[in-house]
Each structure stands twice: as C-alpha cells, then as structure tokens.
Design a binder for this molecule. Sequence first.
Ligand SMILES: NC(=O)c1ccc[n+]([C@@H]2O[C@H](COP(=O)([O-])OP(=O)(O)OC[C@H]3O[C@@H](n4cnc5c(N)ncnc54)[C@H](OP(=O)(O)O)[C@@H]3O)[C@@H](O)[C@H]2O)c1
Length: 247
Amino acid sequence: MNFKDRVVVVTGSSRGIGASTVKLFAKKGAKVVINYVNSDERAESLANEIKNNYGVETLVVRADVSKEEDVKDLVCQIVARFGHIDILVNNAGIAIDTLLEDKTKENFLKTLEVNLVGTFLMSREVGSIMLNQKHGIIIQVSSTNGIDTEYPESIDYDASKAGVISLTRNLAKAYAPYVRVNAICPGWVNTDMNQFLDQEFTKNELDKILLHRFADPDEIAKAILFLASDEASYINGTILRVDGGCK
Ligand SMILES: NC(=O)c1ccc[n+]([C@@H]2O[C@H](COP(=O)([O-])OP(=O)(O)OC[C@H]3O[C@@H](n4cnc5c(N)ncnc54)[C@H](OP(=O)(O)O)[C@@H]3O)[C@@H](O)[C@H]2O)c1
C-alpha cells in the first residue's frame, strides 16, 4: 500500500490508536495532520518522530472536534497548507464510565458531543471539500460498543458509537459515488482509555475474546490503512469489526 503525498487527517492522534495510525500512514509516504485537544507536547514530539523517521510533511493542530469554530479553523489550516484532503480518519473519542445511577446529563452530552457531533462536524467540513475534489475517503472509528450493549456504565459511550455507525451509512449515501465512507469497530485495545480497568474485569473480558488478548493500537491502524487503500476500492458504507473474534 502506497500513500505517497496523500494528505491524511487523523483526529485525536496525539496518542493511542490515532498516533499509531498517523505513524503508519507517514511510513507509507503520506503527509499527515496530527490533531489533539490537550496533549501539546505529545503531539509535537510525535510530529518530530515522524519527520525524523519518515521524512514526510506534518501539520500539528490543536482543535476540539466538538467545537464548530475549532473544526472550521482546523480544516482551513489544512487546506491553506496542503490545498486538498485525501483521507479523513475520525478517531477522536472519550469515555466517561460511571455507574448508571451516577450518570449526569453533562457527562452524557459531553460524550455525544465529542464522539458523535465531532465526527459529524469533521465529516461535514471535510466531506464538502472531498465532494468538490470528486474524491476522498472517510473512516469513522466507532466501537463494538456501538453494536453490542453489555455495560450500563458506558450507556452514553455506546449510544455515541451506535450514532457513528448510523452517520457512516448516511454519509456513504450522501457522498456517493465520489467519497467512500466506512467505519471500523475495534474491540478492546491497549491504550490510555483502558488504563484503569481492574484485573478481574480484564480477565473476564479476555475470556470472551477468541484471540484471548486485547489489540495493539497498531493492529487497529493496519485495518484503518486497509480501508483507506486502493485495495478496498469497492468497500463502501461498511462496518468492520476488529475485535479478535467474540465467543
Ligand atoms: N481503546 C479501546 O479499547 C477502544 C475500543 C474501541 C474504540 N475505541 C475508539 O478509538 C478511538 C481512539 O481511542 P484510544 O483508545 O486511542 O483513546 P486515547 O488513547 O484516550 O486517545 C484519545 C485521543 O483523542 C483525542 N481527543 C479527545 N477528545 C478530543 C477532542 N474533543 N477533540 C480532539 N481530540 C480529542 C485525545 O487528545 P489529547 O491527547 O489531547 O487528550 C487523544 O489523542 C476513540 O474514538 C475510541 O472511542 C477505542
């Protein structure tokens, strides 16, 4: 797979799945946009690592994807720098797990705003550019939680990720035939998002996975890269589970 000189935007790419994804695209020759909301130092050091290792252009932009003005500014900066956008990966996401009875409206809305509204805002802004270009690829990072519902502690997160699946199908229709829109649904991945899981819970979850391990973020990045590649040229409006197989 060759992404030489393609402009790839990955939201939430200062760490975790997003950071692995920009590194992999850069390794294949793409110009990458690193986005984050808090981790200034991690984003800058990732950009330096990428420039040193792969010699490709990078652009680092702090933008909260849930804020319309931030999204417009992010997209303006990308177009000013590169002139076009080939691939968008909507990866930025948060999870605020609490007991169901402790869920607040504020936290529920915050989760929807980042995971679902942020994905919509980025897709709308970049989608119209891709439609004008008459080409583009959008990959939404949903979750198996958007399909399976197991824990009321993540009722808001699950709803946001189910919404992302619905967005994907809608946008694939709206942007056809110029822009392919697909979603990926990772299962458990070893990132900061899961750093506070307790041992017993982790063991129970491992017992449900056929491969009996959580994914490495690189394994999710590889699936994203595949969906963005010419090898996936006829895959559109699809939801791809990458979860090690469920028992
Ligand atoms: N880890 C899993 O098990 C798993 C499973 C299924 C799906 N996913 C999904 O995969 C995606 C990445 O997850 P991860 O595990 O890699 O998470 P992570 O390690 O917690 O990283 C989250 C990334 O999103 C960024 N971010 C958070 N809020 C943002 C906002 N409002 N605007 C822009 N960027 C924002 C963070 O930036 P800062 O560093 O600046 O905070 C960070 O770069 C998420 O959508 C998540 O829901 C994860």
